[in-house]
Design a protein around this ligand. Sequence first.
Ligand code: DX5
Ligand code: ZN
Length: 259
Amino acid sequence: MSQVLLAPSLLSADWAQLADAVAIAEEGADWIHLDVMDGQFVPNLTFGPVIARAVRKLTRLPIDAHLMIHDPLAFVPAFREAGVDRMTVHVEARGVCGPGWAAPIRSHGEGGAAGDGGPAPTEAHAIDLDRLRRTLAAVRKSGAGVGLALRPDTMLSEVEAVLGEVDLVLPMSVYPGFSGQEFRPEALLQIRYAAAWRERNQPRYLIQADGGVAADTIAAIAAAGAEVFVSGHGVYRQPDPRAALQDLRRRAEAARRTP
Ligand code: DX5
Ligand code: ZN
C-alpha cells in the first residue's frame, strides 16, 4: 500500500474561524479528523453530533470521528446521522471492553491533568471481546467505516482477534485528550506490528497515526507503515497551514517510497 492520507485534526484549529480551517483541509487533505471527548474517558470535553453536522455542511471530505468516550454505542446513530463517515472507538472505553479494564485514565498535555507519562501498568487488562465485537458491528451496521484505537499502554497483540473486522487501526502515539503533546516513539513499534500483521494475515485495515504527528516525526511514522496521518499542531498551529499540509505529504510520500 503506498497511499498517504492526511487527516488534519480540527482540535488545534481556531474554532472562531471553523469554515477557514475546513477550507484549508479541503485544499490539501484527504479526511477531516474530529476528536470527540466526553470528559470521562479523557480529562477533556469537546463536542458531539451537532458540531459534526456543522462540519458536514462545510465539506465533502470524509469525516473521521475519533470517539474518546466511554459509551460510543449510545452515539453511533447520531454521529452517522450527522454525516460522519468513519468512527474509531477506543478498546479501553468501558462500553467497549467491559468493566474489567482497570488501568487509571490519565492524560497530560496543554492545560491537562498533571501526569508523569500516563497510566501505570499495575492491573491486568481484561477485554470483553464479545462486547468489543458488538461495538464494532454497531458502527459497521450504521454504514460508517470501523476504526479501533488503542492508548499507548494497550498492546495490539491484545486485540488481534478482531483485527480482521476493522477498516482502520490506530495505535495512539500520545495519551488521548489533548493536542500538542510530544510524539511517543514506542508507537512506531505498534505501527510496525500492525503492518507486519496485515502483511501476514491480509486483512484490509488502514494504519492511522495520531498524536504528535508533525514535520519532524512523520517520515519515521510513514516508514514504520502508517498511511493515515492525523495532525493538529503540525497543521493548524503552523504559520502557513496550507504549506504545512503539502510539506507533511511530501515527507510521508518520500518515506514510504524508501524501502
Ligand atoms: C489527541 C487527539 C489528537 C490530537 C492531535 O487526543 O486524538 O487527534 O488532536 O493533535 P497533535 O497533532 O497536535 O498531537
Ligand atoms: Zn484524534
